[in-house]
Ligand binder design. Sequence first.
Ligand SMILES: *Cc1c(COP(=O)(O)O)cnc(C)c1O
Length: 409
Amino acid sequence: MKPESLMMSYGYNPAWSEGAIKCPIFQTSTFVFQNAEEGKAFFEIAYGKRDKHPGEKLGLIYSRINNPDLEILENRLTLWDKAEACAVFESGMSAITTVLLEFLKPGDLLLHSSPLYGGTDHFIKKVLPAFGIKTAEFKAGMNAEQIQELAKGLGKPSLVYIETPANPTNSLIDIAMCRKLADELSTPENKVHVAVDNTYMGPVWQHPLEHGADLVIYSATKYIGGHSDVIAGAVLGNAQIIQRIKVLRTFLGNMAGPWTGWLLLRSLETLKVRMDQQEYNASKVAEFLNQHPKVEKVYYLGNLKPEDGEQYAIFNRQCKGKGAMLSFDIKGSEKEAFLFLNNLKLIKLAVSLGSTESLAEHPYTMTHADVDDDEKNALSLTEKMVRLSVGVEHYSDLIADISQALDKV
Ligand SMILES: *Cc1c(COP(=O)(O)O)cnc(C)c1O
């Protein structure tokens, strides 16, 4: 079956909970063992002291290690990306930082794409160097040879970390190229892993594991949660990699709580219909912006054409949808962009993305305020840019709102 058919029931048996059709919130810190031998066996597995015997399952111990709301959520999330395993976190940032801390050691080199989400960029540039980790950044459009050249002599390559499409310009990075690069940099003793922050495409429009990534990361605050009412994160990959992540998560204590797990189980039931509608609405909004005289340029995956060469080729190979994020340059600068934002009525002026309600923001002074001005300009992220996250409202109301706000400029 398709994942959307399984989101209401997969991994949960009503007989476990008095016939309740929905998985209840298991608001409990600890779980009772049937006997001491069982408790011992659960700890051996949870702490990675031995491998599971055939057919053996990790039982419930303590909600920092596992909890039914989290385990069922993790099982459901694996279906979208066809992953073996998943670990959920209390935020996207905790998912990202746990991956970085697990896969990077002093002397290692992290190769990452640019621009990255602001929080990730801060952690990489301001926190990791204190642990002796070297970093090198590359831009969309660079090939494996150019990136290898960048990495020369900087340290022992360990991890390639990318975001594609890039926020807020929608430029694409070829995941399969990153796999090839990581394989070329790997040695028999040192496998270089590839991690993809797939938040911008959610679990529906891009499946990085199919293109050779080892780890897929989500801020579940965005499309997965989808209602702007919860902060959460997830990491997916093979069972062995996720076991490593879960062991570190146990000791950092940054797992999601049962209430967060329950909210996300609820959200997953409508993930596909929400994202389908958002994608459709975004295509209508883009069509309107493409022909508007006050709009200079629209950055939208659905606008890619064969003339765009490599970007178009990557889009066709790698993306299953056009997304619901778009940015546009308004004719003018910060003044015109702010006038537009201040005059929106239905669309809310806020950061974040992927939710049921449409949002607008000014990347230059908001989400990307921390990136140097020179770097922003080099990425065509300028003061005239506005970013939109398109929600599930009727598209004609969204277009009417955008149209009246552009009229005020
Ligand atoms: C929001 C976001 C994050 C951080 O997630 P939180 O849930 O806010 O911690 C990471 N990456 C991307 C691409 C995001 O949009």
